[in-house]
Every structure is written in structure tokens, then in C-alpha cells.
Design a binder for this molecule. Structure first.
Ligand code: HEM
Length: 488
């Protein structure tokens, strides 16, 4: 049994004092030989890792995913075979705010999941919205810069946001979600989650399908009004963290029902819009939800830093039976996350307990800062080798790149399908999904947001943007803003 009654240095030596430095004389200089003092101060100075460049403020919990239905006709992934229970981790977040920023600022919410499957870790890094602002990852740094802070004043700025959005019409669908009620979830427990992108599922026979993931909250959707959210932001910046932590601690375990929409592989070529465009949803009338199972969060982290801050979720982490699609955004993300994490947490971040696979890792990567594990001494560090080291087994592998391609290199945003337009689905969301009260709240929110834009040209572009979403919405906005004078 270990004795935890006495303080030690980081290397286990008992220390002489917790609260008194070693000094020369009663009040004199501190000698450099007080190495416990210098260790304590130096380690303190290094307690932080860089915050995530986006989604910096968040919280999460551990849980289990149980596959209750038979979807083996679509995927051979072990975690999605009926009757399988898989340990998992979820992290929820806001996008633009820094660590410490209020949980109730209007923003999409991250919905990042890590499944510790029997075939290695599977990460599904989504949001609480089924779509995104962009369809090409090359624009992501510009978009985020427009959402963050002005270089000089360090203030967020509506002119900057509307300058970018009004020149990026593909953002209209996500901005309509954001300015509507779902932009202010009452808690992380009361929001849905989405994989957002189109992914590929592959069954045991090698047949391929295109899928979109949906996690419906079993707590029901609940949202805050703009006034409530603003008030809470001032009272308790950690409101959503509080809610999740307290509910799990009290045994009130939140759960979500996971379903997928499945598109036959061949249909993608002829569907009426590009099914790999993450600014679009697939109508449920065309592709109904097929239930898969239930995710339940039942265990708080024991240590926030070790298990949540250092958790690394990456869209590159697939398992056999699940793969990427031709979505350009997704492909940019497949590079970006692991790169961010090598910088933010370190090259060996996958070895930390929260990130480590619960299956055997037989990688040939070696060394690097803070390396923990290593292969047996007699195993060669290269492949192929003649001494019995691991070798690639294509039959086990995740098939990550299999889709048909016309072979041409393209750098274009040209639309190729009849319904590839930017504003259609945002207009449908406004006209067909929102009731009159929700429409009124959306209009009020946009009036406030665009009303804070000072540049006349940008303001005019923002009004045109909303007229493209819905002509009546645009004219109501224009009329409401007409009274307000702006600098040119
Ligand atoms: C090409 C576009 C995108 C790029 C380049 C990008 C990049 C990043 C980066 C670098 C991080 C920080 C990772 C870390 O430090 O651990 C991050 C976090 C995150 N991103 Fe993205 N992102 C993109 C689009 C998206 C989309 C479309 C979604 C959702 C559908 C999304 C959801 C998230 C979430 C949930 C997190 C936080 C993960 C966590 O909790 O640790 N991102 N993103």
C-alpha cells in the first residue's frame, strides 16, 4: 500500500517544508540549492499547454455507446455491430471563445466523440448543427480570423464577421441556424449532435454507402432566450460545464439516440445537389433516419486537464468499416487536427491515457518528446523486416480512400448539380421549419447583429444576403435598419 502522507519532489524524495523556502539567515537570500523551490516554481510556469485554436472553451465526460440495432448491412465496424458496448469520451465546446469565455455566447457547439473500439480509436468530431459555414477548408483560417478578435483593439467585431459572411454566401444555411434558437442551447444535455460531413460506411462484403450521423438528445431540445443567455454569461461563465458535471455527479446520466441517413453509393453521382457539400442537409424524405444505438454519459473526468484539456479528437481517426468521403472540408480536417495536436499537446499525445487506444498499438513511430512506451528490445524499428515484427495486413485495414474519381485536378467552386445553390436550404429552414415566433426571434437577432455593423457597404451586403435567404426577411431587415445611420 502506498504511503501518501508526506510530500515529495517530482522524483520521489521527501521534502523538508511545504511553505518555507531555504534562506541564508532568517530573512536572507534564497540559495540556488533549494531545488524543491525551483522545481515547484518552474513546473508551475509550465502548467498550461496552448489552448485549442478553436473550440478552446469546453467540457466533457466519459460514457458508453451501445449498438442496439442491426446495421451490419451497411458497416462492418466492430463498434456498430448489434449488442456491442463501447467505452467513449465526449467533449462539448463553443467555437470562437477562448478558455474562460462564457458558455452561453451565441455560437455553434462542438460535439466531439472518441470511441475506444476493439479495432482502435474512432473519433467523430461534429457540432450541434448538421451543416457548416464553408465548403472548402482553404477558407477556414480566414473564417476563424473574422470570428475572433481585431488585431489592434483585441475586440470581436460585427463588421469583420459580416464582411466575411456576406462574401461567403455558402455560409447562409449555418448562419440561419446560428442566429435562430439553436444558437443558444440551454445546456449541452439539451442539444442534438451531428457528424455534419458525409462519411463512408463499408460492410463485410466490401459494399460502400454514404452516411450522415445524427445524435438526438433524449433530454429534449431546450434553448435560452438571448436575454437569458446574456444574463447567465455575466453570472456563471461555466454554466454548461456546471450543468453537465452536476447532473452526472447526481446520477442523472444524459443520453442521445444515434441514427444515420444512408445514401446508396451510386446515388451520389446523380443526386440533385452535391451530397458531399457540408453546407447542405439531406432531406429526411429522401433519406430517412435509421436507428443505430444509444450514447450515455455516466462518468465525470477525475482530472480536467489530464482527461479533457489533453484529449485529442481527430477526424483522421477511422476504424475498419468507416472512411472519409470526397468532402473537401473533411479532407482538410483530416490533416489539420493531428497537426494541431502534435503542437498543442506533443508528438506523443496518443500515448496519454485519455487518448491511448484500449487495443494493442503496433506502430513503428518511435522516440520524440515525452515518449512513454516502446517496443520489445529485439523488435526491429522498421518495416518490412525479417525478424517477425508487425506487417501491414490489408484485410484488417480501414479502407479510407476508396471512391470513384474522374481523375481531373480541379480548383473550382463551380456548381455541378442542379440544386448546388447557396441560399435554398437556408430559405427552407426559415420558411418551412421555423414557426412565426421563431421567425420573429431570428429577425430580432439579425437586426441586432447586423445593426452593430458600422460600414455601410458591408451592411448593405448583409441585407442582400438575408434577401437571398428569403425576400421578405431581407426587406423586413432592411426596413428595420433604414432608420439607423452608418458611416461610409
Ligand atoms: C477545414 C475546416 C476545419 C479545420 C481546418 C478545423 C480545425 C480545427 C482545429 C485545428 C481544432 C483544434 C484541435 C485541437 O487542438 O485539438 C479544431 C477543433 C474542433 N473542431 Fe474543427 N476545423 C474545421 C472544421 C470543423 C467542422 C466542419 C466541425 C464540425 C462539423 C468542427 C468541429 C470541431 C470540434 C468539435 C473541435 C473541438 C474538438 C475537441 O473538443 O477537442 N471543425 N478544429
Amino acid at each position: 500500500m502506498s504511503d501518501t502522507s508526506y510530500t515529495t519532489t517530482n522524483t520521489g524524495t521527501p521534502v523538508a517544508a511545504d511553505s518555507q523556502s531555504l534562506t541564508v539567515g532568517a530573512d536572507g537570500a534564497i540559495p540556488l540549492i533549494d531545488s524543491y523551490l525551483t522545481e515547484k516554481l518552474a513546473h508551475f510556469n509550465r502548467e498550461r499547454v496552448p489552448e485549442r485554436v478553436v473550440h478552446a472553451k469546453g467540457g466533457g465526460a466519459f460514457g458508453v455507446f451501445e449498438t442496439t440495432e442491426d446495421v451490419s448491412q451497411y458497416t462492418r465496424a466492430a463498434l456498430f455491430q448489434q449488442g456491442t458496448a463501447t467505452e467513449m469520451l465526449a467533449r462539448f465546446s463553443t467555437v470562437a471563445g477562448e478558455q474562460g469565455s462564457p458558455d452561453t455566447w451565441r455560437d455553434p457547439r462542438g460535439f466531439a466523440l472518441k470511441f475506444y473500439t476493439s479495432e482502435g480509436n474512432y473519433d467523430l468530431v461534429g457540432n450541434n448543427t448538421p451543416v457548416f459555414f464553408l465548403r472548402d477548408g482553404i477558407k477556414f483560417p480566414d473564417f476563424i480570423h473574422s470570428q475572433k478578435r481585431l488585431p489592434g483593439s483585441n475586440l470581436r467585431n460585427n463588421d469583420m464577421q459580416w464582411d466575411f459572411w456576406s462574401q461567403s454566401p455558402e455560409s447562409a444555411h449555418q448562419v440561419t441556424w446560428l442566429m435562430g434558437d439553436r444558437g443558444l442551447p440551454a445546456s449541452w444535455r439539451h442539444m442534438d449532435g451531428f457528424g455534419s460531413h458525409t462519411y463512408q460506411w463499408i460492410n463485410a462484403a466490401g459494399e460502400r454507402f454514404w452516411v450522415k450521423y445524427h445524435f438526438k438528445t433524449n433530454q429534449g431540445i431546450a434553448v435560452l432566450s438571448a436575454d437569458q443567455a446574456a444574463e447567465i454569461a455575466g453570472q456563471d461563465a461555466d454554466y454548461h460545464q456546471h450543468d453537465l458535471y452536476t447532473n452526472i455527479a447526481e446520477g442523472n446520466h444524459p443520453s442521445w439516440t444515434m441514427s444515420v441517413q444512408v445514401m446508396p453509393y451510386e446515388d451520389a453521382k446523380t443526386y440533385r445537389f452535391n451530397p458531399f457539400d457540408v453546407t447542405k442537409v439531406w432531406p429526411h424524405a429522401d433519406f430517412p433516419l435509421i436507428k443505430v444505438g444509444t450514447m450515455t454519459l455516466n462518468k465525470n473526468a477525475e482530472n480536467y486537464f489530464a482527461q479533457i484539456e489533453q484529449a485529442t479528437f481527430s477526424p483522421a481517426n477511422f476504424v475498419p468499416g468507416i472512411a472519409a468521403s470526397p468532402d473537401r472540408m473533411l479532407q482538410a480536417r483530416i490533416f489539420s487536427y493531428a497537426d494541431a495536436q502534435r503542437y498543442r499537446v506533443g508528438v506523443n499525445h496518443a500515448q496519454l491515457p485519455v487518448n491511448a487506444a484500449k487495443t494493442q498499438v503496433n506502430s513503428y513511430s518511435k522516440d520524440g518528446a515525452a515518449r512513454i512506451d516502446f517496443p520489445p528490445a529485439d523488435r526491429p524499428g522498421y518495416a518490412p523486416n525479417s525478424f517477425g515484427g508487425p506487417h501491414a495486413d490489408p484485410a484488417r485495414a480501414a479502407e479510407s480512400t476508396g471512391w470513384q474519381n474522374d481523375g481531373e485536378l480541379l480548383r473550382t467552386s463551380a456548381t455541378l448539380h442542379p440544386e448546388d445553390d447557396d441560399f435554398g436550404q437556408a430559405g427552407t429552414l426559415y420558411r418551412d421549419v421555423m414557426d412565426d415566433a421563431a421567425k420573429a426571434r431570428l429577425l430580432a437577432q439579425i437586426i441586432g447583429h447586423v445593426g452593430a455593423v458600422k460600414n455601410a457597404e458591408i451592411r448593405a451586403r448583409a441585407i442582400a444576403y438575408w434577401s437571398n435567404v428569403d425576400i421578405e426577411l431581407g426587406s423586413k431587415l432592411g426596413a428595420a435598419l433604414a432608420a439607423t445611420s452608418v458611416a461610409v
